[in-house]
Design a protein around this ligand. Sequence first.
Ligand code: SF4
Length: 307
Amino acid sequence: MPAGAELDYILKQQILTDEELLTLLTQVFIPLGFRKFRLTGGEPLLRPGVVDLVRSIASLPETEDLAMSTNGFLLAEMAQALYNAGLRRLNISLDSLNADTFAQIVGNGAHNLWQKTWMGIQTAHQVGFDPLKLNVVVIPGVNDHEVEDLAALTLNRNWHVRFIEFMPIGNSDLFSQKTWIPSAQLRQLIRQKWGLLESKVKGNGPADVFQIPGAKGTIGFISQMSECFCDRCNRLRLSADGWLRPCLLNETGQIELKTLLRQGMALAEIREKVRKLREIKPEINYKNRESGTKTGNYQRTMSQIGG
Ligand code: SF4
């Protein structure tokens, strides 16, 4: 078998096919009332045929919102096709404006990745993605000295820069000595330099949104460490290989939909399992948050599960 086809074959075994994903959306999630969808990590742009998948989800009559979180490496080539397929909302990771720091955080040592991401952001902007959200995970001693420079990106552009408190899930080896910086401290830093107002523009995500006076864009703060927003969280995450996870921090409560689907379980039965999981989610948010793994170590990093 040629290498490409072999890879395709392996991928098909391990990840949900487009057909399976659309079956789950139309027969399980939409009938349960899900209307807002986000394609997220690993890295959605690496998925073969992702533009067609975007088109299929965007054209479902029930879809009220379709967004994507990406590292942006492939965005310069794909932004136009994604836009044409119906995607309108993009979150792009931009943890640094410095290529070396960026490479350190991304962790694979490739020094042209910052340029690729930056080109991707520029292209997405030109193509018309609006809002364009840039996500910055603030890691003390690594990129916290760039907070003002990153905030300054909002001055002349309608971009939404969102500072996220670092959650060391699955990354403890990489940043074992580092902890997190409370959003309140970052707000104070920005306030001292320019002033900071609460923004009239509110997102539909977990960020508290602010604005530098006179700026075109906004600044958001996602403060899951200092200001737990679990009580507002209503998201379920379906991984590419078919696991439905009730909370980022919970591996013990997840169910594997791919195998159920492939074993021919009736869709009504799968729907019932998902309904039950959604029903107990608020309880998992609170009670199981501290005990979401069997071993104390998460199998997957935040970026692999779309955090
Ligand atoms: S910890 Fe779980 S419940 Fe809390 S915000 Fe994150 S995903 Fe939602």
